[in-house]
Design a protein around this ligand. Structure first.
Ligand code: UT7
Length: 405
């Protein structure tokens, strides 16, 4: 099925959203950008979210030309977790598909003998590998985006990552969108590169997270799921004059729904701090964060409902169908989510890229970490079309149809 006219796309997307709400196209920028927002306030339950927001892009004129990844050295197996919470290797493997995960360990800052792994070192390692593969000079990188919800520095890790990679001409910033972070950041970078009116030619997009730092290690519902890691890509603007070049992002669709915020979060928690201002002083809040909290069942339902739909939306934006897809690459959260999504799309599991068993759910890192392994093993080849989808806290979710190389 090929849909190309805005009217057809609108009709198709409205029917897929399955909503009685009227979607109104708010802008059409030639064939490259389409935006829809709901015209009314949703009365649906907070986790039924497809009616709230949707922004799609058509093809973005850039190519994905380098990739890299990094994971901490320390390994925790399912068997190891049997002595942490009441669980079993059998339960974790069958209910999630995870066998082990890598985690950052605590090292004192003054301990010279211990190599200090951190989000910044993992992210920089992944980015450097991606830059080497891309064969561009780090000085030619104009933009560095680090997608993370667990930075080493609350003010952002991207500037340090750019500096560590020698990208001294790049503007660098973090982007927080939990497990959708890499997907949202890739589309953001694609939009910088696609815009002919600016000077952005090369971008490094990193997904990096260390949710092991924020997990409740007494909560067996969540502590068995997450691992730490980083993955990165280099994206390069296509030369407008080059007739041979084809876009690396063929279409995308992105959503968020803050009404589902309570399903998965890691919220600020303050303790009182009296500052001795004149009179009785001022009680300020001294900051820290709570542990990660997740309603696993609800997030599972949200993911299996929304991800097939958002991939179809991105395919429509790309003027493609599932038959054009070589690979499906979802945020690595649960193998049962991947199986359900693949079934709903009518795509066989041998087209689904996964390395979840080895790393668990690495949040913003999971898509580039899996893609890096698939590219380096020869599974994904130059020109292959990959339907990617991220989903998670926010709630947020999105899909991009990417072409490798
Ligand atoms: O990256 C963000 C996106 N996150 C996700 O996509 C996570 C989505 N959710 C999931 O992947 C799944 O919901 C979980 C893996 C978190 C849970 O799997 P489930 O099949 O939905 O299990 P459940 O919550 O329905 O629990 C079934 C049973 C319960 O026991 P009872 O009430 O039936 O006696 C749980 O207490 O399994 C129990 N259980 C466990 N048992 C052994 C929950 N966690 C564990 C555990 N080990 N680790």
């Amino acid at each position: 099925m090929k849909l190309s006219s805005p009217t057809l796309i609108t009709t198709f997307l409205m029917s897929m959203a399955g909503s009685s709400l009227a979607f109104q196209p708010t802008s059409f920028l030639a064939n490259t950008s389409t935006k829809y927002v709901s015209s009314t306030t949703s009365t649906k339950s907070s986790s039924s979210s497809s009616s709230l927001s949707m922004v799609t892009t058509g093809s973005l004129n850039c190519r994905i030309i380098g990739i890299g990844s990094a994971a901490p050295k320390t390994l925790i197996t399912n068997q190891d977790l049997e002595s942490v919470v009441e669980t079993s290797d059998e339960w974790i493997s069958t209910r999630t598909g995870i066998s082990q995960r890598r985690v950052l360990i605590h090292t004192e800052n003054n301990d010279e003998n211990v190599e200090k792994e951190s989000i910044k070192t993992l992210a920089s390692d992944a980015a450097q590998q991606a830059i080497i593969m891309s064969k561009i000079d780090p000085l030619e990188v104009d933009l560095v985006i680090v997608a993370t919800s667990s930075p080493d520095d609350m003010f952002g890790d991207a500037t340090s990552v750019a500096a560590a990679c020698g990208c001294s001409n790049a503007v660098a910033f973090d982007l927080t969108a939990a497990c959708s972070g890499f997907l949202f950041s890739s589309v953001t970078a694609g939009q910088f590169l696609d815009n002919q009116g600016n000077s952005y030619k090369n971008a490094v997009v990193v997904g990096a997270d260390a949710l092991s730092r924020w997990i409740d290690w007494d909560d067996r519902n969540s502590c068995i799921l997450f691992g730490d890691g980083a993955g990165a890509v280099v994206m390069s603007a296509n030369d407008a004059e080059d007739k041979e070049s084809t876009p690396g992002i063929l279409g995308s669709s992105q959503h968020s729904n803050g009404l589902g915020y309570g399903k998965l979060n890691c919220v600020y928690k303050g303790s009182p701090k009296v500052v001795a201002t004149p009179g009785e002083g001022t009680i300020l809040s001294q900051g820290s964060y709570s542990r990660l909290a997740m309603d696993g069942k609800e997030v599972y339902k949200f993911a299996t409902r929304e991800v097939p739909t958002v991939i179809k939306e991105a395919l429509v934006a790309a003027d493609m169908t599932v038959d054009d897809v070589d690979w499906v690459l979802l945020h690595q959260a649960n193998i049962r989510i991947m199986e359900t999504v693949a079934k709903r799309l009518g795509i066989p599991m041998d087209k689904v890229i996964t390395n979840l068993a080895k790393y668990g759910n690495t949040s913003a890192a999971s898509i580039p970490l899996a893609l890096d392994e698939a590219v380096r093993s020869g599974q994904v080849k130059k020109g292959d079309v990959i339907a990617c989808a991220g989903f998670g806290a926010g709630l947020s979710w999105g899909s991009a149809i990417m072409k490798w190389g």
